[in-house]
Every structure is written in structure tokens, then in C-alpha cells.
Design a protein around this ligand. Structure first.
Ligand code: FES
Ligand SMILES: [Fe+2]
Length: 382
């Protein structure tokens, strides 16, 4: 029988999240940026992955290098935001200077202040970096293999190319969700609810016509409602969409790729014939998760960019989408994301009920089989 593996504390306790920060997020691949953030030597971005400040820099050979964004003198963050650092990385505090390869090049007043210092042992600390489909991933632990994580995706890639200039990225949507990141993740890989919670928005498919495939730690979803052909959108959505004329993305018209890519642990990609959305989860505390989503569409579908203010729950004061700002019942919004967040927040509230327990899970790769698969993956780290 398919069963829940993680205890409820995994979803509610701050200690669990602290352990996840240390033993899971500090050893796995998180999205840090896009290859389009880099074009010249010295271009850099920064990201924080589970308390690890990370800087990714384009070196003089055109390769991306990732470092812990910590000066080896007294640990100041070297770089801020994104930009171009020039030929060296200079700490603003006492001006220790590093090459783009991370080696400590120079420090002021060396002969008086550090007469015996050997620069060799004071290079910036390496982190891991890898590129897939125009997305830059980073791993605070440099000994983890990017290839091992990403190579099982071979053959399952979506055709969208976010570096293609005919696509434009909309503004970032930030959802503030009152739930543990795993509650959101598990909802995303639960194929059993699609026909019920989302009856009026996604309209299925039923579990037998859903398919979740494992690619190493990553999971890819397909609808098989149309003669078993692996499809990236539910049939119901395709029928609704055919009533509007929406510009398709070059190469993405035909089925054969997935509709949801759960890149363990925190990156979620949803390709469709008309768009590509890349989202990253940011666990804030045990019961709060930010979801940062950005969508690419063809240039001709320009109106898309105005959509943020129309999203249910948009709060103009914070710029975020929050359930406290919903003005109608989630099931009346016609927005499946709102329906999902509604259920995730309900689940999170239930988790603290004294009588909370999980019954049997629905069997089948298109039902709830992926929940214990995901939970097992987490267990291996903790
Ligand atoms: S902390 Fe960076 S130079 Fe002192
Ligand atoms: Fe859902």
C-alpha cells in the first residue's frame, strides 16, 4: 500500500526546516538565475540558498564559476545583487581582492598587517554551478555532481528555449503561501486531485490517464488522455484554449513533452504550447513559503504582462499574492493556482490539529504514488 512516510513534524516544526537547510538545501541544486544574466567577463549574480550566500561569476574564459559570497578575511558578503565586477572581486570592507577564479590576489597593507600570510589557502570557497535549458542552478556543496542530477532528464526535455529573443519574460509573480514547502510540492505531484479540486479549471485527467515519471530525483507529469500520447496539458484545457487564439511558441506546438517538471527540491517548471513558467520555492519558515514565478510568452502575446494585478489575492502594498487578499472564494476564481494554494493552506492548518492523521494514499503513478517517492528522496538527506 502506498503510505505517508514523513511525520507531521516534517511539515510544521522549525527544527525540521533547520535540518533541511543544513542537510538538504545545502547539498542540492537550486535555481540561481538565467544564462541571460551573463554575457561578458565579470558579469555576476548573487543568490541565497538556505542561508548560503552564493555568487556566480563569468570568468575570463567565459565559464560560470560559483563561490560562497563570503570574504575570506572576516566573512563580509563580497558582491551584491547582480552586475559586472570587472576583472576582480573586491571586498568593500578592507578591499581584499580576488581574481574571477576565486584566488586571493591582493590585500592592502600586507607587509605591516599580515607579514606571514600565505594567500594560497585563502581563495574564495567554491560552490557548484550547472546550466540546463537556460537556467543556472547552484549548489552550496561543490562536491555534488550536477550531471548526476540532471542527466536522467535526457529525453524528457521541453522544447522551449528561453534564450530565444522571440520570447519575452513577464514580470515576476510572488505568491506568499501559508504552508510548508513540502505541502506545496506534494500537492503539485498529486495526480489524484486534478479531476476534483480542479474540476472547473483543469478538468482532470482522471488518475488512470495521468502519468508521473521519475527521472532520478526529478519528476515529470504527462496527460495521456489523447490515445495514450504523452501530452503537456489536460484535454479540458486544450479545448478551452482552442476558443481563444493564443500565440504558440515555436517548437512547442506538438505533444511529447511534459506539462509539469518538479526539479527536486525547489524548482518547478510548467511548459505549455503558449508559455513556459519557471517557479522557485523559497521556504521562509516551517509554515510559510514564497513561490517566485516568471512566465515566458511570444512577443505577440504582449497583454500577458499586465496580468499581475488581476491575479486573485494581489496585494498592491506588498506586491505579493496572498490569501488574505482574496476577494472571492478560491473555487469561484477560475484559477487553478488559487485552488491549489487554498487547499495547501487548509492542509497546513489541519497538520496542527491534535487528531490529524494521514490515511492510505491513492495508488498509481497518476494518483499519489509520487508522494512517498518524494518523501523517500527527502529521507535520504535527513
Ligand atoms: S572582510 Fe573582506 S576585506 Fe575584510
Ligand atoms: Fe493542483
Amino acid at each position: 500500500m502506498t503510505k505517508q512516510i514523513l511525520p507531521k513534524e516534517a511539515y510544521t516544526s522549525q527544527e525540521w526546516l533547520l535540518q533541511e537547510r543544513k542537510d538538504l538545501f545545502s547539498k542540492t541544486w537550486s535555481m540561481a538565475g538565467l544564462t541571460s544574466d551573463f554575457s561578458e567577463t565579470g558579469d555576476f549574480i548573487t543568490a541565497t540558498i538556505a542561508d548560503n550566500p552564493i555568487a556566480i561569476v563569468q570568468d575570463s574564459e567565459g565559464n560560470l564559476r560559483a563561490f560562497h559570497n563570503l570574504c575570506r578575511h572576516r566573512g563580509t558578503e563580497l558582491l551584491e545583487g547582480k552586475g559586472n565586477a570587472g576583472k576582480t572581486l573586491v571586498c568593500p570592507y578592507h578591499r581584499w581582492t580576488y581574481g574571477l577564479d576565486g584566488a586571493l590576489r591582493g590585500l592592502p597593507n600586507k607587509s605591516e598587517c599580515f607579514p606571514d600570510l600565505d594567500r594560497k589557502g585563502l581563495s574564495l570557497m567554491d560552490a557548484g554551478v550547472g546550466i540546463w535549458k537556460g537556467i543556472v542552478f547552484a549548489n552550496p556543496n561543490p562536491s555534488q555532481s550536477f550531471d548526476e542530477w540532471i542527466s536522467p532528464m535526457a529525453g524528457a526535455e521541453f522544447p522551449h528555449d528561453i534564450t530565444d529573443p522571440s520570447l519575452i519574460a513577464g514580470e515576476e509573480f510572488v505568491y506568499k503561501m501559508k504552508c510548508n514547502w513540502k505541502v506545496f510540492f506534494e500537492n503539485a505531484i498529486d495526480g489524484y486531485h486534478l479531476a476534483y479540486l480542479h474540476e472547473n479549471t483543469l478538468g482532470g485527467p482522471l488518475p488512470a490517464l495521468n502519468e508521473w515519471q521519475q527521472h532520478g530525483q526529478n519528476l515529470v507529469w504527462y496527460s495521456t488522455e489523447r490515445d495514450g500520447i504523452r501530452n503537456r496539458i489536460p484535454k479540458f484545457v486544450q479545448e478551452q484554449a482552442s476558443k481563444h487564439s493564443m500565440a504558440t511558441i515555436k517548437g512547442a506546438e506538438n505533444p511529447g513533452y511534459g506539462g509539469v517538471y518538479m526539479m527536486f527540491p525547489t524548482t518547478l517548471i510548467t511548459p505549455s504550447p503558449w508559455s513556459l513558467t519557471i517557479s522557485r520555492m523559497e521556504p521562509v519558515d516551517a509554515e510559510t513559503t514564497l513561490l517566485r514565478a516568471q512566465t515566458w510568452v511570444t512577443k505577440s502575446w504582449f497583454n500577458y504582462q499586465d496580468r499581475l494585478k488581476d491575479v486573485p489575492g494581489y496585494n498592491p502594498d506588498t506586491g505579493m499574492i496572498e490569501s488574505d487578499c482574496w476577494t472571492q472564494h478560491p473555487l469561484e476564481t477560475g484559477d487553478f493556482q488559487t485552488e491549489d494554494i487554498w487547499v495547501c493552506e487548509k492542509m497546513q492548518r489541519s497538520l496542527t490539529a491534535p487528531n490529524y492523521s494521514v490515511g492510505p494514499l491513492a495508488q498509481g503513478s497518476g494518483a499519489e504514488d509520487m508522494l512517498p517517492v518524494f518523501q523517500e528522496t527527502i529521507r535520504r538527506y535527513l
